[in-house]
Structures are given as C-alpha cells and as structure tokens.
Design a protein around this ligand. Structure first.
Ligand code: 5AD
Ligand code: SF4
Length: 476
C-alpha cells in the first residue's frame, strides 16, 4: 500500500452516530496549480443510482468547471473521469465493477485521473476491495467529502499516489458549492441529506449518513432563484422528506416547507420520497391547496405483511399505510400513487408474500418499482439466515410484477382520448422523431414532435397506452 495515501476509511460504526447538524457556508478555493493543470482538459461523469446521486454529480460538474475542466460527451477525450456509484443493490455495484474494468485501457493510453465517488465508497468491505483490486483508480472519495475534491486531486497529481478520503460520520451540510445543472427547465433541490430510519435491509443510512435538514431559508432561496432563471419544475429531494426539519433548532415541518415553496409560483412542484411512518395528512391538504403541486405521491410499501414490516424496521403496519392511501384518494381522486416493494426479504413466507399481493390490490397503484431483496453487508438483515430459495423469490417477483402490470394497465385506460399538459423532457433514445415527456401527474408519455419542443409545455392527446408510459399526439 506504499502507493496509497489513506486519509480516512469508511466506518459503519461511525456512520450510525448522531451528530448535530452544522451548515458550512464557506466557498471552495482553487489553487493556481490546479487551474493551470486543468487548462484544455476535459471531464466525463458516469452517474448511477437515485436522484440524490444525480444532484451530487451536478455539484461535481460545478467543482470541475470551477477548477477549469471542460465537459466532454466523449469519454476517450477526457482527462478526468468520475464514477458516481450506487450501493443500494448488488446489481448496481456489479455494473460499476464492469465500468472500472473497461477504463483500464484508457488509463494505459493517456493522462487520465480516475475517481470513484458515491455510495460504494462508503462501504467498509468495498473500499478495501477497490484499493486491492483496482489499482488504476486514483482517488476514492465519500459522499461527505465532495468539497475536498480539489485538494485531493492536487495531492494525487503532486505525489503521483492514489488517495482515499472517506469520512463516515458527518453532521455537515455544505451550502454554496458550485453546481452545473443537467437541465435548464427541471431541477432537483435537496431538502434533507441522509436517513435516520435504518430499515434493516438498507445500506443508505450508512452511505449517506444520519439525516440532516437544510435550513428552510437556504432551500427557499435556491427555489426562488430557479424560478427567476425560468425553471418550470422543481423536485424536492430527501430519503424521507416527511421527517424534514426534525433536527433543526427551530422545528419546521415538511408540509410548511412545501406550502412556502408552492407560493413561489414554480410551474410544477413535486417531492421524493415519502415514508408512511412520518407522513402527515397535512401534506395532502397542502397538495390540494396548490394547483402547481403535482398530484403525485411516491409512498414505498416495501411489504404488505405486518410481521415482515416489523422485521424490516419500517415502523408502520398495513393499517396505517392504507389509512394514508384512503385519505389521499378521498381528498385527491386524481392522485397518481406509486410505490417501492421488496420481494424475498429473508424468510418471507408464502402467506406473507400473499399479504403483499393483497395490499397491492387494495392500493391500486398507478406505478411501482419492484426489487428482489439484495443482501447488503453491514446491515442487520444481512446477518439473518435465509431459508427461501432464489428460485422462489424470482417466481414471486414475476407474480407481483404481473399483478402490478394488470392494475397499472387498467388505471391507464382513464387517460385514453383525453388531452393533458406535458413538459417535454427529451428526444426519444430509440426514435429521433419521437419526444418523451411527463404529464401533470408525472406519468410518462411519448409522442411524435420536433426537438424544438424539448423544455417546453405542450398539449398531448392520449391515443394508446403501454404499462410504463402512454402514447399520444400533440394538439395545436
Ligand atoms: N434490496 C432490495 N431493494 C432494496 N431497496 C433498498 N434496499 C434494498 C435491498 N437491500 C429498495 C427499497 C427502496 C428503494 C429505493 O430500493 O424498496 O425504497
Ligand atoms: Fe433506506 Fe429505509 Fe432510509 Fe428509505 S427510509 S433510505 S429504505 S433506511
């Protein structure tokens, strides 16, 4: 390890420790050495995982461009490559291993600094593995260490050694970091970082740290600025938005924050992700009050069985979950409700799985993300001896998907022949004449149209349906 400078390595024990939230408003400083180095050099970023990672990549872009690097769409032209990783399930990690392996040829050919950041860097077992196996990774840095990137890069360039900086326990929020947003019309705004729920299957509280809420004035100022810049849509982000403000000196609820931001008159406002334990019915009341809040609620169920929910550490039961759905559907009949469900949690019985199917039938979801349980080293569930075969899990997964598809397809019929406002996201990947966008309630819709409409609001009439999206035609 003579060629590796290790400042800090991740510690799952430290990640569990609660710290007071401290907001740091200092600006990052870039040395002359770095600005000279970056002249005429380009960067490329791979981003995996959730919206929080996409937002972090925007911050990385901001820092890289402040140093002086220019973006490149072509990885072979880049001198700085960053892989922003996800650790939530094993298949996300395997993709990253493949990517790192593929980059070896580039490193051998030219002057490239390869950086591994994000959630995989936060795992104890993973960092040791990365240091040992992937000797061409130059910098490994954790999710709490983004602002230190310029110093770490300088250290690597000056010493020609690999550098590891991963701090696990952090109560910090770093405001005023530079950022380059991916879109000029849709923006993610963090409201909390980390998670305090420690669901027994989940690695996120270890990789993202304990929950920290941003100060309301910082969030509101960021949103106000986005409105001024002409953004049409803001999505407020947190692993559990409903517990927003509980760690602030002066407590502040998510419902109040949502109400304040909706008043800024952003065209569309939404939020991700809700947790049934912390969800307050006041949120539905605020959603109902403001036309610009999307009628869209993502409320993970995870399991429909009370015993499984208890072992998962979810802190609610099926009755509480259904009471939210019932209230929400009564107050907002047009609400689009989506969910996350895990199949094959250790020792989930047939009856327990059937309870999930029953809940799905009652909730009548409009959208869903389904996952087969993935063992995450360091989490309590990873220590459970699991008697259920993989074959059974795959069979259940298919059964759940079939049921959800039926329900979603049935719900899709209500859109047929109606016209909706659509915010056009992009040109379709498979067809240059097709556009893809989101309706008022976040439902995806594809239709033919010119690329000039990207970033604009158009009217689209639904002509046919598909499980995961609608198909329509633009109405003048
Ligand atoms: N295995 C499978 N799915 C998981 N999720 C989180 N951890 C795991 C895991 N270990 C799912 C949950 C969560 C979503 C983002 O990922 O459903 O809501
Ligand atoms: Fe993971 Fe549970 Fe936190 Fe969601 S609420 S990020 S599933 S620990």
């Amino acid at each position: 390890m003579a060629n590796v400078i290790i400042h800090h390595c991740p510690s799952l024990k430290l990640a569990r420790e609660r710290k007071t939230t401290i907001t740091d408003y200092s600006l990052i400083k870039i040395s002359k050495f770095l600005s000279c180095y970056a002249k005429n050099k380009r960067y490329f970023i791979y981003t995996h995982g959730c919206q929080a990672n996409y937002r972090d990549s925007e911050i990385y872009k901001g820092i890289f461009e402040e140093i002086g690097f220019k973006p490149s769409n072509d990885i072979s032209r880049a001198n700085l490559i960053l892989i922003n990783t996800c650790a939530v399930r094993e298949n996300a990690e395997n993709k990253v291993f493949g990517e790192i392996g593929n980059l070896k040829y580039l490193k051998n050919k030219k002057d490239v600094t390869l950086v591994l950041a994000g959630c995989m860097a936060m795992e104890e077992v993973m960092v040791n593995e990365l240091i040992k196996t992937f000797k061409h990774v130059d910098i490994i840095l954790g999710t709490h260490d983004i602002a230190k990137f310029p110093d770490l890069l300088e250290e690597h360039l000056k010493t020609n050694k690999r550098v590891v900086e991963v701090n696990s326990g952090s109560g910090y929020i770093h405001e005023r970091l530079p950022s380059v947003r991916d879109s000029s019309f849709k923006a993610f705004v963090n409201i909390t970082y980390g998670c305090d729920k420690f669901c027994t299957y989940c690695i996120v509280p270890y990789t993202r740290g304990r929950e920290r809420s941003r100060n309301p004035k910082d969030i509101i100022n960021e949103c106000r600025e986005l409105v001024k810049q002409g953004y049409l849509e803001i999505t407020l982000l947190g692993q559990n938005v409903d517990s927003y403000g509980k760690d602030l000196k002066k407590q502040y609820s998510f419902a109040k924050l949502l109400d304040e931001i909706a008043k800024l008159k952003i065209h569309r406002l939404s939020f991700l992700t809700s947790h049934p334990y912390d969800f307050s019915l006041d949120i539905i009341k605020v959603m109902k009050k403001h036309k610009n809040i999307q009628p869209y609620l993502h409320l993970p169920l995870q399991s429909g069985d009370d015993k499984v929910l208890k072992i998962m550490g979810r802190k609610y039961d099926s009755k509480k979950y259904l009471s939210i759905i019932k209230f929400a559907r009564k107050e907002m009949p047009n609400l689009f409700i989506s969910t996350d469900i895990i199949v094959g949690f250790p020792n989930e019985s047939d009856v327990q799985f059937k309870n999930t199917l029953k809940m799905v039938k009652v909730a009548q979801y409009d959208g869903a993300f389904t996952f087969i349980y993935s063992k995450r080293s360091g989490t309590p569930a990873a220590k459970m001896v699991d008697k259920i075969s993989n074959q059974t899990k795959v069979k259940r997964f298919k059964e759940l998907t079939r049921l959800l598809n039926q329900i979603i397809e049935k719900n899709n019929q209500k859109y047929l022949n109606k016209t909706f406002e659509v915010l056009v996201d992009s040109v379709s990947k498979n067809n240059p004449k097709a556009l893809t966008g989101r309706m008022h309630n976040n439902k995806m819709i594809n239709f033919n149209g010119d690329k000039k409409y990207v970033g604009r609001l158009v009217k689209v009439k639904v002509t046919s349906t598909h499980i995961h999206y609608l198909i329509g035609e633009m109405v003048k």
